[in-house]
Design a protein around this ligand. Structure first.
Ligand SMILES: [Zn+2]
Length: 307
Protein backbone atom coordinates (compact mmCIF):
# COMPACT_ATOMS: atom_id res chain seq x y z
CA UNK A 1 0.00 0.00 0.00
CA UNK A 2 2.73 2.40 1.04
CA UNK A 3 4.73 1.45 -2.07
CA UNK A 4 1.69 2.15 -4.22
CA UNK A 5 1.21 5.60 -2.65
CA UNK A 6 4.86 6.41 -3.16
CA UNK A 7 4.60 5.35 -6.77
CA UNK A 8 1.53 7.55 -7.30
CA UNK A 9 3.29 10.44 -5.62
CA UNK A 10 6.25 9.87 -7.90
CA UNK A 11 3.97 10.00 -10.94
CA UNK A 12 2.33 13.24 -9.79
CA UNK A 13 5.72 14.82 -9.17
CA UNK A 14 6.92 13.70 -12.59
CA UNK A 15 3.91 15.17 -14.41
CA UNK A 16 4.89 18.84 -14.60
CA UNK A 17 8.27 17.81 -15.98
CA UNK A 18 6.56 15.67 -18.62
CA UNK A 19 4.22 18.52 -19.58
CA UNK A 20 7.02 21.06 -19.96
CA UNK A 21 8.83 19.68 -22.97
CA UNK A 22 10.07 21.62 -25.97
CA UNK A 23 7.12 21.86 -28.40
CA UNK A 24 7.51 20.25 -31.83
CA UNK A 25 9.04 22.07 -34.80
CA UNK A 26 6.90 22.55 -37.92
CA UNK A 27 9.13 21.61 -40.85
CA UNK A 28 8.27 23.28 -44.18
CA UNK A 29 10.26 22.11 -47.19
CA UNK A 30 10.91 25.17 -49.35
CA UNK A 31 12.93 23.33 -52.01
CA UNK A 32 15.33 20.37 -52.24
CA UNK A 33 17.95 22.05 -50.07
CA UNK A 34 16.05 24.51 -47.89
CA UNK A 35 13.77 23.64 -44.99
CA UNK A 36 12.10 26.19 -42.74
CA UNK A 37 12.06 24.93 -39.13
CA UNK A 38 9.19 26.92 -37.65
CA UNK A 39 8.99 27.29 -33.88
CA UNK A 40 6.08 28.33 -31.64
CA UNK A 41 4.93 31.97 -31.69
CA UNK A 42 4.32 32.43 -27.97
CA UNK A 43 6.68 34.36 -25.71
CA UNK A 44 9.17 32.22 -23.74
CA UNK A 45 7.62 30.37 -20.80
CA UNK A 46 7.96 27.25 -18.70
CA UNK A 47 5.41 25.61 -20.97
CA UNK A 48 7.44 26.09 -24.19
CA UNK A 49 10.83 25.91 -22.44
CA UNK A 50 11.85 29.09 -24.27
CA UNK A 51 11.29 27.69 -27.77
CA UNK A 52 9.85 30.54 -29.82
CA UNK A 53 12.02 31.06 -32.91
CA UNK A 54 12.21 30.06 -36.56
CA UNK A 55 15.37 28.45 -37.89
CA UNK A 56 16.36 27.46 -41.41
CA UNK A 57 18.23 24.37 -42.57
CA UNK A 58 20.26 24.72 -45.76
CA UNK A 59 21.79 21.56 -47.16
CA UNK A 60 25.29 22.19 -48.49
CA UNK A 61 27.35 19.78 -50.60
CA UNK A 62 29.03 18.23 -47.57
CA UNK A 63 27.40 19.63 -44.45
CA UNK A 64 24.24 21.22 -43.11
CA UNK A 65 23.98 24.96 -42.44
CA UNK A 66 21.65 26.02 -39.61
CA UNK A 67 20.43 29.61 -39.42
CA UNK A 68 19.37 30.63 -35.87
CA UNK A 69 19.71 28.12 -33.09
CA UNK A 70 17.14 28.81 -30.34
CA UNK A 71 17.23 30.24 -26.81
CA UNK A 72 19.05 27.46 -24.94
CA UNK A 73 21.49 24.61 -25.53
CA UNK A 74 18.48 22.29 -25.04
CA UNK A 75 16.60 23.95 -27.92
CA UNK A 76 19.80 23.77 -29.98
CA UNK A 77 19.94 20.02 -29.27
CA UNK A 78 16.24 19.74 -30.18
CA UNK A 79 16.96 21.44 -33.52
CA UNK A 80 19.91 19.10 -34.06
CA UNK A 81 17.48 16.16 -33.71
CA UNK A 82 15.07 17.78 -36.19
CA UNK A 83 17.95 18.25 -38.65
CA UNK A 84 19.02 14.62 -38.16
CA UNK A 85 15.49 13.59 -39.13
CA UNK A 86 15.91 15.39 -42.48
CA UNK A 87 19.54 14.75 -43.44
CA UNK A 88 22.55 12.59 -42.56
CA UNK A 89 24.85 15.58 -43.15
CA UNK A 90 26.45 16.98 -39.99
CA UNK A 91 25.76 20.57 -38.95
CA UNK A 92 29.03 22.25 -39.94
CA UNK A 93 27.98 25.91 -40.04
CA UNK A 94 25.75 28.14 -37.89
CA UNK A 95 24.56 31.57 -38.94
CA UNK A 96 22.99 34.02 -36.46
CA UNK A 97 20.68 36.70 -37.89
CA UNK A 98 21.17 38.83 -34.73
CA UNK A 99 22.38 38.64 -31.14
CA UNK A 100 19.05 38.18 -29.31
CA UNK A 101 19.23 35.06 -27.17
CA UNK A 102 16.26 33.35 -28.84
CA UNK A 103 18.25 33.30 -32.11
CA UNK A 104 21.77 32.64 -30.88
CA UNK A 105 22.08 30.85 -27.53
CA UNK A 106 21.51 27.40 -29.06
CA UNK A 107 24.96 27.75 -30.73
CA UNK A 108 26.27 26.07 -27.56
CA UNK A 109 24.76 22.76 -28.72
CA UNK A 110 27.02 22.59 -31.82
CA UNK A 111 30.64 22.49 -30.66
CA UNK A 112 33.10 22.75 -33.51
CA UNK A 113 30.68 24.33 -36.00
CA UNK A 114 31.77 27.48 -37.83
CA UNK A 115 29.67 30.43 -36.58
CA UNK A 116 28.89 33.37 -38.89
CA UNK A 117 27.20 36.69 -38.05
CA UNK A 118 27.56 40.41 -38.49
CA UNK A 119 30.44 42.09 -36.69
CA UNK A 120 28.02 44.03 -34.46
CA UNK A 121 26.06 40.86 -33.63
CA UNK A 122 29.27 39.31 -32.28
CA UNK A 123 29.92 42.35 -30.08
CA UNK A 124 26.34 42.60 -28.79
CA UNK A 125 26.11 38.86 -28.14
CA UNK A 126 29.16 38.99 -25.88
CA UNK A 127 28.03 42.20 -24.12
CA UNK A 128 24.45 40.99 -23.64
CA UNK A 129 25.15 37.41 -22.54
CA UNK A 130 24.27 37.88 -18.85
CA UNK A 131 21.12 39.93 -19.59
CA UNK A 132 19.75 37.43 -22.10
CA UNK A 133 20.56 34.49 -19.83
CA UNK A 134 18.63 36.21 -17.03
CA UNK A 135 15.66 36.72 -19.39
CA UNK A 136 15.41 33.06 -20.40
CA UNK A 137 16.08 31.67 -16.92
CA UNK A 138 13.42 34.03 -15.53
CA UNK A 139 10.89 33.07 -18.22
CA UNK A 140 11.35 29.30 -17.90
CA UNK A 141 11.95 29.35 -14.14
CA UNK A 142 15.19 27.39 -13.94
CA UNK A 143 18.90 27.61 -14.68
CA UNK A 144 20.49 26.65 -18.00
CA UNK A 145 24.06 25.93 -16.90
CA UNK A 146 25.19 24.85 -20.39
CA UNK A 147 23.68 27.80 -22.26
CA UNK A 148 26.16 30.51 -23.12
CA UNK A 149 27.16 32.94 -25.85
CA UNK A 150 29.19 31.26 -28.60
CA UNK A 151 30.11 34.19 -30.84
CA UNK A 152 30.90 34.09 -34.54
CA UNK A 153 34.43 33.65 -35.82
CA UNK A 154 33.51 34.80 -39.34
CA UNK A 155 31.88 38.26 -39.34
CA UNK A 156 30.63 40.87 -41.81
CA UNK A 157 30.69 44.66 -41.27
CA UNK A 158 27.69 47.01 -40.99
CA UNK A 159 26.18 48.40 -44.17
CA UNK A 160 27.56 45.70 -46.45
CA UNK A 161 26.42 43.01 -48.82
CA UNK A 162 28.85 40.17 -49.42
CA UNK A 163 28.31 37.28 -51.79
CA UNK A 164 30.05 34.01 -50.95
CA UNK A 165 29.63 30.38 -51.91
CA UNK A 166 29.43 28.35 -48.73
CA UNK A 167 29.61 24.58 -49.13
CA UNK A 168 28.29 24.88 -52.68
CA UNK A 169 25.45 27.30 -51.80
CA UNK A 170 25.59 30.84 -53.19
CA UNK A 171 24.47 33.31 -50.53
CA UNK A 172 24.55 37.04 -49.92
CA UNK A 173 25.09 38.29 -46.36
CA UNK A 174 23.16 41.55 -46.20
CA UNK A 175 24.01 43.63 -43.13
CA UNK A 176 21.87 46.79 -43.14
CA UNK A 177 23.02 49.92 -41.29
CA UNK A 178 20.55 48.93 -38.54
CA UNK A 179 16.99 47.59 -38.23
CA UNK A 180 15.49 45.32 -35.52
CA UNK A 181 18.90 45.62 -33.79
CA UNK A 182 22.17 47.39 -34.56
CA UNK A 183 23.61 44.12 -35.85
CA UNK A 184 21.06 42.28 -38.00
CA UNK A 185 22.11 40.20 -40.98
CA UNK A 186 19.77 38.83 -43.62
CA UNK A 187 20.73 35.95 -45.87
CA UNK A 188 19.66 36.16 -49.50
CA UNK A 189 19.88 32.92 -51.47
CA UNK A 190 19.83 34.13 -55.11
CA UNK A 191 19.66 30.71 -56.76
CA UNK A 192 16.71 29.74 -54.55
CA UNK A 193 15.09 33.22 -54.44
CA UNK A 194 14.66 32.79 -50.71
CA UNK A 195 15.31 35.48 -48.09
CA UNK A 196 16.10 34.56 -44.49
CA UNK A 197 15.08 37.75 -42.75
CA UNK A 198 15.67 37.16 -39.04
CA UNK A 199 13.45 39.53 -37.05
CA UNK A 200 13.62 42.26 -39.68
CA UNK A 201 10.47 40.46 -40.82
CA UNK A 202 8.03 38.75 -38.48
CA UNK A 203 4.64 37.34 -39.42
CA UNK A 204 1.53 37.58 -37.29
CA UNK A 205 3.35 39.00 -34.28
CA UNK A 206 4.14 42.51 -33.09
CA UNK A 207 7.75 43.35 -34.00
CA UNK A 208 9.90 44.33 -31.02
CA UNK A 209 11.40 47.85 -31.20
CA UNK A 210 13.42 47.55 -27.95
CA UNK A 211 16.88 47.52 -29.57
CA UNK A 212 15.79 48.89 -32.95
CA UNK A 213 16.45 51.88 -35.14
CA UNK A 214 12.91 52.10 -36.40
CA UNK A 215 13.35 54.59 -39.25
CA UNK A 216 16.30 52.71 -40.78
CA UNK A 217 14.37 49.46 -40.27
CA UNK A 218 11.50 50.86 -42.37
CA UNK A 219 14.00 51.89 -45.09
CA UNK A 220 15.46 48.37 -45.01
CA UNK A 221 11.98 46.89 -45.44
CA UNK A 222 11.51 49.10 -48.52
CA UNK A 223 14.79 47.69 -49.93
CA UNK A 224 13.55 44.12 -49.39
CA UNK A 225 10.93 44.86 -52.05
CA UNK A 226 13.72 45.17 -54.65
CA UNK A 227 14.73 41.52 -54.24
CA UNK A 228 13.07 38.93 -56.51
CA UNK A 229 12.17 36.88 -53.43
CA UNK A 230 9.68 34.04 -53.87
CA UNK A 231 9.76 32.97 -50.23
CA UNK A 232 10.70 34.87 -47.10
CA UNK A 233 11.41 33.00 -43.88
CA UNK A 234 10.71 35.44 -41.03
CA UNK A 235 12.25 35.30 -37.55
CA UNK A 236 8.88 34.37 -36.04
CA UNK A 237 5.64 33.16 -37.59
CA UNK A 238 4.68 31.44 -40.87
CA UNK A 239 6.45 31.88 -44.21
CA UNK A 240 5.88 35.20 -45.98
CA UNK A 241 5.52 36.50 -49.51
CA UNK A 242 6.84 39.84 -50.72
CA UNK A 243 3.28 41.18 -50.43
CA UNK A 244 3.25 40.18 -46.74
CA UNK A 245 6.58 41.98 -46.30
CA UNK A 246 5.15 45.07 -48.00
CA UNK A 247 2.26 44.91 -45.52
CA UNK A 248 4.66 44.99 -42.58
CA UNK A 249 6.56 47.89 -44.17
CA UNK A 250 3.38 49.91 -44.66
CA UNK A 251 2.11 49.21 -41.14
CA UNK A 252 5.41 50.34 -39.60
CA UNK A 253 5.75 53.40 -41.86
CA UNK A 254 2.21 54.54 -41.00
CA UNK A 255 2.87 54.07 -37.28
CA UNK A 256 6.12 56.04 -37.46
CA UNK A 257 4.48 58.86 -39.42
CA UNK A 258 1.68 59.01 -36.84
CA UNK A 259 4.21 59.29 -34.02
CA UNK A 260 6.16 62.00 -35.89
CA UNK A 261 2.94 63.96 -36.48
CA UNK A 262 2.02 63.67 -32.78
CA UNK A 263 5.48 64.83 -31.76
CA UNK A 264 5.20 67.88 -34.02
CA UNK A 265 1.84 68.67 -32.40
CA UNK A 266 3.56 68.66 -29.00
CA UNK A 267 1.88 65.51 -27.66
CA UNK A 268 3.42 63.07 -25.17
CA UNK A 269 3.85 59.44 -26.22
CA UNK A 270 0.81 58.32 -24.21
CA UNK A 271 -1.31 61.08 -25.81
CA UNK A 272 -0.05 59.93 -29.21
CA UNK A 273 -1.04 56.36 -28.41
CA UNK A 274 -4.62 57.53 -27.78
CA UNK A 275 -4.70 59.22 -31.17
CA UNK A 276 -3.13 56.46 -33.31
CA UNK A 277 -5.29 54.05 -35.25
CA UNK A 278 -3.87 50.70 -34.10
CA UNK A 279 -6.62 48.51 -35.58
CA UNK A 280 -4.16 46.78 -37.97
CA UNK A 281 -1.84 45.99 -35.07
CA UNK A 282 -4.39 44.73 -32.57
CA UNK A 283 -4.82 41.20 -34.03
CA UNK A 284 -1.06 40.52 -33.86
CA UNK A 285 0.46 38.30 -31.14
CA UNK A 286 2.01 40.18 -28.17
CA UNK A 287 0.21 43.43 -29.07
CA UNK A 288 -0.66 44.13 -25.43
CA UNK A 289 2.80 43.24 -24.15
CA UNK A 290 4.77 45.16 -26.75
CA UNK A 291 2.89 48.04 -28.35
CA UNK A 292 3.25 50.56 -25.51
CA UNK A 293 7.01 50.01 -25.37
CA UNK A 294 7.26 50.20 -29.16
CA UNK A 295 5.48 53.56 -29.34
CA UNK A 296 7.70 54.88 -26.56
CA UNK A 297 10.84 53.65 -28.34
CA UNK A 298 9.83 55.21 -31.67
CA UNK A 299 8.88 58.44 -29.89
CA UNK A 300 12.34 58.69 -28.30
CA UNK A 301 13.89 58.12 -31.73
CA UNK A 302 11.78 60.93 -33.28
CA UNK A 303 12.70 63.20 -30.37
CA UNK A 304 16.44 62.45 -30.79
CA UNK A 305 16.20 63.11 -34.54
CA UNK A 306 14.57 66.49 -33.92
CA UNK A 307 16.89 67.63 -31.15
ZN1 LIG B 1 13.47 36.95 -32.21
Amino acid sequence: MKGMLLMLLGLVLAMPALADTIPPTRVVKVNERIHALLGPMELPSRKNQGYMVNSTLILGDKGAILVDTGFTDEIGAHLARVVAGITDKPVTTLINTHHHGDHSFGNAAFPGALVISSEMCRKLLLEGEADWLAIIEGAVGRKFPNTRAVPASQVYPGNSRTEITLDGVRMVFWVPEAAHTLGDMMIWLPDDQVLLAGDILVNGITPNFRDAKVKVWIDTLAQVQQLPAKTIIPGHGPLMSKADAAGMHDRMAKLYQGIEAGYRDGLTDSEIRQRLDLSEWQPLHHFNEQMGGNINRAYLEVEADNF
